[in-house]
Design a protein around this ligand. Structure first.
Ligand code: PMV
Length: 386
């Protein structure tokens, strides 16, 4: 009988975006990408795993629902972890034959462009690696679940190297700086919609690779230089440089969406208004204080330094009134600060609830094993919630 292993894993939000695969099965990207890992105490996936001789088949429960284990991505992750365990001789042959049970949940909406699959696969792969006592880097296995998941295997600031090997062995994530390097760096996630996205990232990327000239230009001429520059900005804690590159790269990623045929549009009018407001705020401030970035959905992720959070929250509250003001900002606590009159004029208050809520968080650590016994599986290896 094996013990139950439980792990929590973070979300990551890219500042240099991954968009386009060179191999769809191995999930190999066309370009390097860079992200910050966000604090698991605010947003995380949690996964429990165990392997038992009495289990008849592999089983998986996601957010309280039994799902099929026969998804190619899931199968690839489990197969590769077992292959590593066999190569490292970390567990015996019998153990490798036993079936596994997996139970996982997110504490935030799934498929809302909030990087839930990244946290989910990083969590699954880290938990399985602990179960099978795999010691080597597992970012390339998390990548087989969801490309961006490989970056959630590490905390702080992370680079995913596109690599050049056809087998993907050099398409791995490495840490640029740990979470303690730039402790002032925080994030505000403005949730503009929590319904499922229109075009999945897989389909959106495929159309872009097949049709977008801009994607070719971006990969060859823009991303390599931006990647080097943003890594330097992170190392030197140069916020204005970090922010400028982040915004330009988000804009270019969405321009690639528009350049795709048929176009893939993820930003909404609310997203564009957020982008306008941030540019005005930075202009009036006289320096770049806030960066926006948008993934494959309408939600904005704002990166900013802790000292600027109270003023920016006041600005967001002013422009985007909520019908539930007490619950509007969740996550970290921050001081209240009245909005300076010069910022009032940026934009008139909009109709209520265009932004549903805001998650205030910060850069955080990578996946962590939970040892307080709060497993999602019971002693029999079945979901506790059932
Ligand atoms: O890993 P996927 O398939 O969910 O793709 C993620 C794509 C973006 O979030 C838009 C960009 C990124 O680098 O995370």
């Amino acid at each position: 009988m094996s013990e139950i292993i439980t792990v929590i894993a973070p979300v990551n939000i890219a500042v240099i975006k991954y968009w386009g695969k060179r191999d769809e099965d191995l999930i190999l990207p066309l370009n390097d990408s860079v992200s910050a890992t966000l604090d698991t105490s605010i947003m995380c996936a949690k996964t429990s795993v165990c392997a038992r001789p009495e289990f008849k088949e592999d089983g998986i429960w996601l957010n309280g629902k039994k799902e099929s284990f026969y998804s190619p991505r899931l199968q690839n992750c489990l197969r590769e972890i077992k292959a590593r365990a066999a190569a490292e001789k970390s567990v015996n042959e019998d153990f490798l034959q036993w079936k596994v049970h997996v139970c996982s949940e997110n504490n935030f909406p799934t498929a809302a462009g909030l990087a839930s699959s990244a946290a989910g696969y990083a969590c699954l792969v880290t938990a399985l690696a602990k179960l099978y006592k795999v010691k080597s880097d597992v970012s390339s296995i998390a990548r087989l679940g969801s490309g961006s998941a490989c970056r959630s295997v590490y905390g702080g600031f992370v680079r995913w190297h596109a690599g050049t090997n056809p087998d993907g062995s050099d398409s791995v994530a490495t840490q640029i700086a740990d979470q303690a390097h730039w402790p002032e760096m925080q994030a505000l996630i403005l949730v503009a919609g929590d319904t499922k996205k229109k075009t999945s990232s897989t389909v959106g990327m495929r159309i872009a690779v097949e049709t977008s000239e801009l994607l070719k230009h971006r990969i060859k001429h823009c991303v390599p230089q931006r990647t080097e520059e943003i890594i330097q900005a992170i190392k030197e804690k140069d916020f204005p440089k970090f922010a400028e590159i982040t915004m330009k790269d988000s804009n270019q990623f969405h321009a690639v969406g528009l350049d795709s045929y048929p176009p893939c549009v993820y930003m909404t009018d609310v997203s564009h208004l957020v982008s306008y407001v941030i540019h005005k705020y930075n202009e009036i401030s006289g320096s770049i204080k806030v960066a926006y970035t948008f993934d494959a959905g309408p939600n904005a992720c704002l990166y900013l330094l802790e000292k600027d959070v109270p003023q920016v929250i006041s600005l967001i509250k002013h422009i985007f009134p909520s019908s539930n003001p007490d619950k509007f900002v969740t996550g970290l606590q921050s001081k209240e600060e009245p909005l300076s009159p010069v910022f009032m004029s940026i934009c008139e208050p909009q109709k209520q609830d265009l932004i549903k809520y805001v998650i205030h968080t910060k850069v955080g650590d990578g996946p962590t094993e939970i040892t307080d016994g709060s497993h999602l599986l019971n002693e029999a290896g079945l979901p506790k919630a059932e």
